[in-house]
Design a protein around this ligand. Structure first.
Ligand SMILES: [Zn+2]
Ligand SMILES: [Zn+2]
Length: 177
């Protein structure tokens, strides 16, 4: 397979996956829930309106759910999001895997002239409200040196030990020894 064909294949594949996040209004007109299932990759979130601190891992997140017309201007979307995100470790900033297992339900406003309904805003909102407060790469992560920025998990940095606070009582005790 030539490289051009390979690139073309990759492009079509990508486009297809993104398109699955868009649902034509006409398929919802009968009022029945319309099921969907697709994999969402980080690329889709690149223009996200939410300030997400994490990124989707290479395998993507699986969104499985359904969308249903509530009125001419509202649709209800509910789904389960599963897979892996990466968040910076709260102490050393190393990208750290975080398992996602979120249920989400939201009513979206869809102006009557909207032909195509995107599920993406609901996915972004789901990730936003479920952002973990704090992720650690390991429970005993030593973090970064506040002076030189070295990762203290790799060993001690060359910075001098901070001066121990001089306690006059300790000094008196030492004098006795
Ligand atoms: Zn860490
Ligand atoms: Zn240091």
């Amino acid at each position: 397979m030539s490289i051009q064909i390979l690139i073309w294949h990759m492009r079509t594949y990508r486009a297809k996956r993104v398109d699955m996040m868009r649902i034509q209004r006409e398929v919802l007109q009968n009022g029945k829930p319309y099921p969907f299932s697709f994999v969402i990759t980080q690329e889709a979130l690149d223009d996200s309106r939410q300030e997400l601190s994490g990124v989707i891992s290479e395998a993507g997140l699986l969104a499985e759910g359904q969308i249903k017309m509530q009125s001419q201007t509202h649709v209800e979307v509910c789904f389960h999001l599963s897979g892996e995100m990466r968040y910076p470790c709260a102490r050393c900033l190393k990208p750290t895997a975080y398992a996602c297992d979120f249920d989400y339900r939201e009513t979206l406003d869809v102006p009557a002239e909207t032909e195509e309904i995107s599920i993406l805003p609901a996915i972004e909102e789901c990730l936003f409200v479920n952002e973990p407060f704090r992720v650690l790469c390991r429970p005993d992560c030593k973090g970064l040196c506040p002076r030189c920025g070295a990762d203290l998990n790799d060993g001690p940095c060359p910075c001098p030990e901070p001066e121990p606070e001089t306690d006059p009582r300790m000094a008196a005790l030492k004098a006795l020894l």
